[in-house]
Design a protein around this ligand. Structure first.
Ligand code: HXC
Ligand code: NAP
Length: 282
């Protein structure tokens, strides 16, 4: 469906691009001709992803940064500008999340997730958009939210609050910055099995099977399906799509809200097992 030169001449900064969905988007955008600049905290996954992209003939570079730290984000954007030119697009994909009973959360746990998801997305948005506006360049922002950004969800309160904020920012900035030819859109994925998400949100094979059994298509998403949607939304073919949030969940939230309602009746042993798993994780 997508032509091989769809993103030729483009340069895209993707956060959280060393793993999971960010990695899949980076590989696909590079395959379609874009130079990709990868940002996250850990060096090894970024380096490996960049190596893979180059091995396939693509252009990739990376810098480590914690998106909660605006100065670090600014440094990463400056590095990106040295490697390519100032990226013309941004994918706010970096995130943190975990399943927890809210009354057990510490204030710092809430701050960690909101810091990564909401403030981190704002930091990257500000760092790039200021440069675009000052230079009179157009720009493109794609925010990865979740289906429960629109509905809320129990047991992931910091993530739900932060993703709702990112969704509000998507729609608000799409209007405020249309005059600068900066498009701002979002993708709301349903469940996609990635190591990062599954290790924190799906504590056992039984929990996975239960979730799957409730899915109308009886399957989870494939990262390449999300990557194709992202590439399209970032491309000039989507130039009139602005302020939109596209759901990609196989219909999981069409009649019932997404999220973790199915855990409302989970026995206390479920939560104790989850907390025990967390204690044992290195
Ligand atoms: C309760 C927890 C916790 C947990 C950490 N904390 N894990 N609280 N349950 N499972 C608390 C800590 O005790 C600490 O509070 C505070 O959170 C910060 O923890 P740190 O480990 O110091 O933070 P940090 O090193 O910044 O790590 C951030 C993180 C971690 C979010 C906690 O999980 C991470 O790095 N995640 C990145 C990847 C990720 O989460 N991917 C999943 C994305 S899936 P105190 O008070 O003790 O200091 C997704 C949507 C999926 O977003 C939707 C599916 C439908
Ligand atoms: P993932 O592999 O854990 O991706 C999260 C990425 O964010 C990691 O690469 C991580 O790298 C990076 N990151 C975390 N904290 C960071 C920080 N402070 N600064 C910079 N980078 C940071 O999980 P995923 O499933 O691919 O998730 C990708 C996106 O999809 C997220 O926005 C998530 O909310 C969304 N999503 C996923 C699902 C799903 O089912 N998988 C569903 C809905 C939405 P480092 O640890 O190296 O920093």
């Amino acid at each position: 469906m997508l032509r091989n030169d769809l993103l030729a001449g483009r340069s895209i900064l993707i956060t959280g691009a060393g793993t999971g969905l960010g990695r899949a988007m980076a590989l696909r955008c590079a395959e379609l001709g874009a130079g990709v600049f990868l940002v996250a905290r850990r060096e090894a996954p970024l380096e490996e992803t960049a190596r893979e992209i180059r091995a396939r003939g693509g252009r990739a570079a990376w810098a480590t940064a914690d998106v909660r730290d605006f100065a670090a984000v600014e440094r990463a954007v400056a590095r990106a500008a040295e490697e390519f030119e100032t990226p013309d697009s941004l994918v706010n994909n970096a995130a943190g999340n975990f399943l927890a009973r809210t009354e057990r959360l510490s204030p710092n746990a809430f701050a960690a997730i909101v810091g990564i998801v909401l403030q981190g997305s704002f930091h990257c948005t500000l760092a790039l958009a200021r440069r675009w506006i000052e230079a009179g360049h157009s720009g493109n922002i794609l925010n990865i939210v979740t289906t429960y950004a629109a509905t809320g969800s129990p047991f992931v309160i910091p993530s739900a609050a932060a993703k709702s904020g990112v969704l509000a920012m998507t729609r608000s900035l799409a209007v405020e910055w249309a005059r600068y030819r900066i498009r701002v859109n979002a993708i709301a994925p349903g469940p996609f099995p990635t190591e990062g998400a599954w290790s924190r949100l799906v504590p056992s094979a039984a929990a996975e099977q239960e979730w799957l059994a409730q899915h109308p298509m009886r399957r989870f998403g494939r990262p390449e399906e999300l990557a194709d949607l992202a590439a399209f939304l970032l491309s000039d073919r989507a130039d009139y799509i602005n302020g939109e949030c596209v759901t990609i969940d196989g219909g999981a939230s069409a009649c019932a809200p997404g999220g973790f309602r199915h855990l409302l009746d989970a026995p206390v042993e479920f939560w104790e097992q989850l907390e025990e798993q967390r204690r044992r994780r290195p």
